[in-house]
Write a protein that binds this ligand. Structure first.
Ligand SMILES: Cc1ncc(COP(=O)(O)O)c(C=O)c1O
Length: 338
């Protein structure tokens, strides 16, 4: 699942603090806090047919994270939405797009970590790319990384910050063993998540996922839990250890990166249909989860097709959206777990 350069992105227009510039001319200052200290917050958004998956939930988390880091200034939500729209319009984008939205503490008057050196407001970067889901249809191979996720009193994962080195170290371990990604444990030895996505396991038809202790408050994760409630599927948030992973019937990783192939993986250990649950959940998710968010030109269209209940087959739009590219895939935890 090494991503490749996509020709469609050669002439991208990037938005940096409201300036729309070609990708090869775009730049942030060496004095910017993201460069100086990874001092930034970010969100990954996906655009499907003019709709952004849970945009407002992502913006809530961006704002919460920036507040937790004591950013002196946070752009108003309308401004952020406007800049997203301008960027999508400049790139003539409407579907199959991943947006990396970054808000840094901004420029410093001189190098240094002290936030008081930031005196000119934050930097907002909207990077929209044509991007397919990053996970292969052939399944994921995971190792268990030796590097652990920090507890909230070291660095709280509820802050969706751009300092990703902890996860990058785990990803390097995965790369070094030929795996796709790494399961990461917290300092107590329980599963946090993978280096990039949340993890759900299936046990006798019920679902379980890690508590939010050393993983972000995932928006896709919350959506899965919400759908389970609506579908009367028992889903528990609990401490899971690697033993739970080895004993599971199916496993799914979920998150913006999994994209339309959400949830992304299923275990091959359960016998005849390795992705029973994944299929079932996937069949309902786009009806419920693709809540209209942005792009006013499409808003009425979205509103028309909004469903109160998942799984209803009442419009072509949802039929088209249903399942998308979801393909059951194979995950062999035992083989690759360290
Ligand atoms: C470490 C990590 N885990 C999981 C996710 C998925 O979260 P969400 O579903 O909220 O996009 C992300 C997304 O940014 C992430 O950075």
């Amino acid at each position: 699942m090494l991503q490749q350069f996509n020709e469609e992105n050669r002439d991208l227009i990037v938005n940096i603090n409201g300036h729309l510039v070609r990708r090869d001319e775009a730049g942030v200052s060496p004095f910017d806090s993201a460069v100086q200290g990874g001092d930034a917050v970010w969100e990954g958004l996906r655009l499907y047919n003019g709709r952004i998956f849970k945009l407002y939930e992502h913006l809530d988390r961006l704002e919460r994270s920036a507040r937790a880091l004591s950013f002196a200034e946070i752009p108003p939500r309308e401004k952020i939405v406007e800049e997203i729209k301008r960027t999508l319009a400049a790139n003539k984008m409407g579907d199959g797009v991943h947006i990396r939205l970054t808000l840094t503490r901004g420029m410093k008057v001189t190098s240094g970590m002290d936030p008081r050196l930031n005196q000119s407001g934050p930097t907002l970067i909207v990077l929209a790319e044509h991007k397919s889901p990053v996970y292969s249809k052939a399944g994921l191979k995971l190792i268990t990384a030796s590097v652990r996720r920090p507890p909230p009193d070291v660095l709280d994962a509820r802050i969706h910050h751009a300092n990703l080195l902890n996860s990058i170290l785990a990803k390097i371990e995965a790369n070094n063993t030929g795996a796709d990604d790494a399961l990461m444990l917290d300092t107590r030895g329980f599963i946090a998540e993978t280096n990039a996505t949340h993890v759900f396991i299936v046990r006798k038809g019920d679902l379980a996922t890690s508590r939010v202790f050393a993983c972000p408050e995932g928006i896709t994760r919350a959506t899965v839990i919400e759908i389970c409630t609506a579908e009367k599927i028992r889903c528990v948030e609990t401490d899971l250890s690697p033993v739970d992973i080895y004993g599971t019937d199916e496993i799914a990783v979920v998150g913006g990166r999994a994209g339309r192939r959400f949830p992304g993986t299923a275990s091959c250990q359960s016998g005849s249909d390795p992705a029973r649950w994944v299929r079932r959940l996937a069949e309902t998710i786009f009806c419920r989860a693709l809540i209209p968010s942005v792009i006013p030109d499409q808003a009425s269209h979205c509103h028309e097709h909004r469903h109160d209940r998942p799984g209803r087959d009442s419009c072509d739009y949802d039929k088209e959206q249903k399942l998308g590219d979801i393909v059951p895939t194979c995950f062999c935890a035992k083989e690759f777990a360290a």
